[in-house]
Design a protein around this ligand. Structure first.
Ligand SMILES: NC(=O)c1ccc[n+]([C@@H]2O[C@H](COP(=O)([O-])OP(=O)(O)OC[C@H]3O[C@@H](n4cnc5c(N)ncnc54)[C@H](O)[C@@H]3O)[C@@H](O)[C@H]2O)c1
Length: 358
């Protein structure tokens, strides 16, 4: 591993580590619900305890990943050894491939699944071009072929009591949240579909945030947003991420208007994309109120069906959809090209978030 120079997360500290339990003066912004008594140190000093190294007692969160023996160097950067990761939506296109990848890297993987995606695709009269095995067969194959044990439960993410029990059992240090309905066209079918997508996505995520607060507040949430949250800005301005800096101003109507500290604008293009924007605000608020840790990833469309792990056995494969509701544009083009059918171009063929479901 010595040849890896400038590892991207080598200088991250306990602040970014889900083994760190904050014990200091966390008096957070507006709501104040997270106010805690400082057990040691000064009034403003943040102190932590390490759940993996309790012998350190209380200390300031300044140890870097490079310095800490609990973090190990991998080809993807530093990783918490044997990290407990829970994947919500583990049966999905991304959830399943990630489960196998992390299992191979030595993580203790758990997950929840229901067949929502399979049911939605079936409802529209389609199917995945790559046949996929039942979840139980996938899990057996993961053990047999890759020697990976995955602890899983069949449950809806909105079943909060069950989710809470599972989290209490697993105590995940990291949570990858994929358990949403990921299709713009599907969310635009009619009122029932729009309501179902928003109910599933927005309320699922909101409930999860409360479960995290109550059971694993130090855990790290990896939440999949989408590039479609930004829409296609008409002005051609660049896409800023995060918050506007404090000095940011808008010049309009001969005046300057402050934008400082606001989340950068969103312009969703479907009720599915609206659900992702609502998620962003809910995750942001939960982090603000309770100091949860999260990465809200504005993910572009992901293609392909190959990783070393899913290719190791036919029972381990992940799905490939090509229909107009769940298929993404390159999947459709590839499938049409293989069949010798003309490619269906949307409108003038320009890049547009409506071309694609994610
Ligand atoms: N695939 C992409 O290119 C892409 C791009 C941007 C964002 N995303 C986001 O990444 C996430 C995963 O995408 P994917 O392509 O793997 O989709 P997917 O539909 O294959 O995976 C989602 C999984 O979550 C499950 N699920 C849905 N609702 C659930 C619920 N209420 N309770 C429990 N499980 C539930 C589904 O059954 C499915 O197995 C989604 O949130 C999606 O919006 C994906």
């Amino acid at each position: 591993m010595e040849e890896i120079i400038g590892v991207h997360n080598a200088d991250k500290t306990c602040w970014n580590c889900s083994a760190a339990k904050i014990r200091g003066n966390v008096d957070f912004r507006g709501c104040g619900q997270s106010r805690m008594i400082v057990p040691k140190g000064g009034e403003q000093q943040i102190m932590i305890e390490c759940s993996r190294r309790p012998e350190l007692g209380l200390f300031e969160p300044s140890i870097t990943f490079e310095q800490c023996p609990e973090w190990t160097l991998t080809e993807y950067g530093y990783m918490l050894k044997n990290m407990r990761v829970m994947i919500l939506g583990i049966d999905g296109y991304l959830g399943w491939t990630l489960a196998l990848k992390l299992g191979r890297l030595g993580c203790q993987v758990s997950g929840i699944y229901i067949y929502k995606r399979r049911d939605c695709v079936m409802e529209k009269g389609s199917h995945t071009a790559v046949p996929i095995a039942k979840m139980t067969d996938r899990l057996h194959a993961a053990k047999e072929v890759l020697d990976i044990d995955i602890n899983f439960r069949r449950m809806d993410i909105r079943a909060r009591t069950k989710l809470k029990e599972f989290m209490e059992e697993e105590k995940p240090e990291s949570i990858a949240h994929y358990a949403e309905i990921p299709a713009a066209p599907y969310s635009m079918v009619d009122a029932e579909h729009a309501i179902e997508v928003q109910n599933n996505n927005v309320l699922g995520t909101l409930g999860l945030l409360f479960v995290m607060r109550d059971v694993v507040p130090e855990s790290c949430l990896l939440k999949l947003g989408t590039m479609g949250e930004y829409g296609s800005p008409l002005t051609g301005r660049p896409l800023f991420e995060g918050m506007f800096p404090s000095e940011a101003v808008l010049q309009w109507d001969d005046r300057e208007w402050s934008l400082g500290g606001e989340l950068t604008p969103r312009d969703p293009q479907s009720f599915y994309h609206v659900s992702k924007v609502q998620d962003t605000f809910n995750v942001y608020e939960a982090c603000k109120y309770w100091w949860l840790r999260s990465y809200d990833i504005m993910q572009g469309v992901i293609y392909g069906v190959h990783t070393d792990e899913v290719s190791a056995d036919p029972r381990l494969r992940t799905r490939l959809d090509f229909d107009e509701w769940f298929g993404t544009v390159i999947n459709r083009f590839v499938t049409q090209a293989i069949q010798g059918i003309p490619l269906t171009i949307y409108g003038e063929g320009r890049a547009d978030t409506r071309d694609d479901c994610s």
